[in-house]
Design a binder for this molecule. Structure first.
Ligand code: PMP
Length: 406
């Protein structure tokens, strides 16, 4: 992996040359959304200049081209996730929509009063609120795997939590506020052992490390394109064919039907039945280009680079007086921390004056923050286009902040 020229890779991202308040941008907010390389921007432009038409229903040449581009992107996602079958990939707007799709189709059809949905205390609101809504609708109950002091899951509690009433176990692969990497394959097999369906929230992992749905043994996996170099508004849901087949459609409209009568309709097989209306064709093409781009660098190399940055930032932050880092040593490419003297919003506003983009707040994990007794944290999140020098610069800014807020 030493052959990757990380400095040259920065040149692929025009936005990294921007200045903020007259200072060079240091973008440490990739966990919120990643930046986009020229390869992806070019693919969007190329699609609109050469292939743009609506998919599937036109019989003209351009429509065939658009359909081919859209379906080629689906095949790329399938290969990227090592899904056995391309029909197991449904395009969505992102992780949030993927999870809502499962809740509103599989969940509504199969959950009953008394059933249990098992989650963890570190879930993003998008892997919590859809299940709360579903529980309200079906009478199912929610249960949570506790997060321990060190930011890891209390795996010892799994045996007592995974009772036969558990019908679904949904959990994040990488925590967006703690950086914890969960042992997803173990969690999936624990779910399977009690006959529960597993769902992996791969929003923070899909662009950062190899994700293989067969090796994981998951039933569903949700991802967002915008966190892995693709445009906003496109994402995917992987679902095991058997499950997708048994699931009713969700949104109704064009594209998803076989035949429509005034009173009733019949629907396509998956994934068609879940993709009502004109899809985000250009977004899918962009996601395909992002996958090609990431695969060209190599996900193992990306992961190594990310964790090198995060481990270094973790160590340097711990040296700062009055600063506490959250989460375990072994982590994904992000570090959440609290500075005693400054509220996260004040600290991020301070950092912004120097061109440093951090994120402060609850990171859509309010229950976790409440449990930790924190109003929020400040988060620095990295991607392969970030450098050690940028972390050194962040530390200078934060050292000044410690003095400023003292
Ligand atoms: N899950 C996790 C772990 C996330 O970090 C995010 C985005 N912050 C989401 C889900 C939601 O993703 P999106 O907003 O792209 O749907």
């Amino acid at each position: 992996t030493n052959e990757v020229n990380w400095q040259a890779i920065r040149e692929d991202f025009p936005i990294l040359r921007e200045q903020i308040h007259g200072k060079p941008l240091i973008y440490f907010d990739s966990a919120a959304t990643s930046q986009k390389p020229c390869a992806v921007l070019g693919a969007l432009q190329h699609y609109y200049e050469h292939d743009n038409a609506n998919v599937h229903r036109g019989l003209h040449g351009l429509s065939t081209r658009a359909t081919e581009a859209y379906e080629a992107a689906r095949a790329k996602v399938a290969k990227y996730l090592n899904a056995p079958n391309v029909d197991e990939i449904t395009f969505t707007r992102g992780t949030t929509e993927s999870i809502n799709l499962v809740a509103n189709t599989w969940g509504v059809k199969f959950l009953r009063e008394g059933d249990v949905i098992l989650l963890t205390e570190m879930e993003h609101h998008s892997n919590l609120v859809p299940w709360q809504l579903l529980a309200e609708r079906t009478g199912a109950r929610l249960r949570f795997v506790p997060v321990q002091e060190d930011g890891t899951l209390a795996l010892g509690a799994l045996d007592s939590l995974l009772t036969p009433e558990v019908k679904l176990f949904a959990f994040t692969h990488i925590s967006n506020s703690l950086g914890t990497i969960n042992p997803v394959a173990d969690l999936c097999s624990a779910a399977r052992a009690v006959g529960a369906v597993s769902l992996v929230d791969a929003a923070q992992s899909a662009g950062h490390l190899p994700v293989d749905v067969q090796a994981m043994g998951c039933d569903f996996l949700a991802l967002s394109g915008h966190k892995m170099c693709a445009p906003t508004g496109i994402g995917a849901l992987y679902g095991r064919a058997e499950l997708l087949e048994a699931m009713p459609p969700w949104h109704g409209g064009g594209e998803m039907i076989l035949s429509v009568q005034f009173e009733r309709s019949t629907f396509k097989k998956a994934p068609g039945k879940f993709e009502a209306g004109t899809p985000n064709i250009a977004g899918a093409v962009g996601l395909g280009a992002a996958i090609d781009y990431l695969e060209n660098i190599g996900r193992a190399a990306i992961f190594e680079h990310d964790t090198k940055l995060a481990t270094y930032a973790h160590r340097r932050l711990e040296e700062l007086p009055g600063v506490r880092v959250l989460g375990p040593q072994e982590r994904g490419g992000l570090v959440g921390f609290v500075m005693e003297a400054a509220h996260p919003h004040d600290l991020t506003t301070y950092a912004d004056q120097y061109g440093l983009a951090l994120r402060g707040g609850h990171h859509c994990t309010q229950p976790l923050m409440r449990k930790l007794g924190l109003p929020g944290t400040t988060r620095a999140s990295f991607y392969f286009y970030n450098t050690m020098e940028e972390i050194d610069r962040m530390m200078e800014i934060l050292e000044n902040a410690v003095r400023f807020f003292a």
